[in-house]
Design a protein around this ligand. Structure first.
Ligand SMILES: CCCCCCCC(=O)SCCNC(=O)CCNC(=O)[C@H](O)C(C)(C)COP(=O)(O)OP(=O)(O)OC[C@H]1O[C@@H](n2cnc3c(N)ncnc32)[C@H](O)[C@@H]1OP(=O)(O)O
Length: 256
């Protein structure tokens, strides 16, 4: 009985997690979790990014706030103009803005229980700073055709490493986040197995940079991603990285 209840919860949460992906209308790979937990998800299942849960609409942190600099806003407007517009019918625009919330599970139908099982107080650490602009301000745009993501990232004053510059761990975090968003779109549930980073030039604190993430190779469960962090005009290379992500089962997350 308990097993069946957990299975049902996991099923709902898996659907909810996948539904978090924005404007995805494509044939999804079957979810590895399904056979493990004793049910089947239709591999031809099509997903639409309307908020699938309750009437409560959580705060979307990828939308502009007053801390965003004019350069951040300029780039946001640029990429936004390349996106499918809401209510604009079947646009052929290849870009979509990826919404971003401070928790993945709490607001999902059935996910609330799973969230308690995983960890009731869990929060996405890039999205839980009270002061706007103090740490990670970012928005990720996905190009479905090119299988790439571009993130506009403004690094706040709490991300200092060397005086006046962004901490290497914070740079790794944003790279992992952007590459993770791309691989989640491509492969469902994933985890970073390996991240190799070359820091080429420091990122001034408070500046706006672009984080580009591109699919290199996809082989069964393995997804290889190439990343570059550049200045906002693309003239300066700050960081280069490669990441290996592995598709995992939901069971892997809950200790199965
Ligand atoms: C929206 C927000 C997005 C945020 C994204 C953030 C993403 C993250 O940060 S995830 C957190 C950090 N990552 C982790 O904690 C992962 C910890 N590691 C693990 O859980 C496991 O090692 C995991 C899942 C990566 C792989 O384990 P498992 O599924 O058992 O794979 P395993 O069978 O060992 O290996 C599968 C294949 O991958 C290869 N592989 C596994 N790990 C590595 C590695 N580190 N380097 C190279 N190859 C590897 C294996 O060699 C094997 O290859 P082959 O099939 O050719 O023999």
């Amino acid at each position: 009985m308990f097993r069946r209840a957990v299975t049902a919860l996991c099923y709902t949460a898996a659907r909810a997690l996948l539904a978090l992906r924005p404007h995805v209308h494509r044939h999804l790979p079957s979810v590895r979790t399904a056979p493990l937990l004793g049910f089947n998800l239709d591999s031809r299942w099509s997903v639409t990014m309307t908020w699938p849960f309750s009437s409560f609409q959580p705060h979307d942190y990828s939308l502009p706030n007053p801390s965003w600099s004019p350069e951040m806003m300029r780039l946001y407007d640029h990429y936004n103009s390349l996106c499918e517009q809401e209510g604009g019918g079947k646009s052929k625009a290849p870009w979509v803005r990826m919404p971003s919330y401070n928790r993945l599970l709490k607001y999902a139908k059935g996910g609330q229980c799973l969230s308690k099982m995983v960890q009731a107080k869990a929060r996405l650490f890039t999205r839980n700073m009270k002061e706007e602009g103090a740490s990670f301000e970012y928005v990720v745009f996905l190009n479905k055709q090119e299988k790439m993501c571009t993130c506009i990232f403004q690094a706040g004053h709490l991300l200092e490493g060397p005086p006046g510059y962004v901490h290497g761990g914070a740079i790794a975090t944003i790279i992992d986040t952007v590459a993770g968003a791309l691989t989640t779109y491509l492969g469902g549930l994933v985890m970073t197995a390996n991240l190799t980073i070359n820091y080429r030039s420091p990122i001034p604190l408070g500046s706006v940079v672009l984080v580009h993430s591109l699919l290199e190779k996809m082989e069964e469960r393995k997804i290889l991603i190439f990343c570059q962090v550049t200045s906002s005009d693309g003239s300066k290379l700050h960081t280069e990285a490669t990441g290996l992500f592995l598709s995992i089962s939901l069971g892997h997350l809950i200790g199965g």
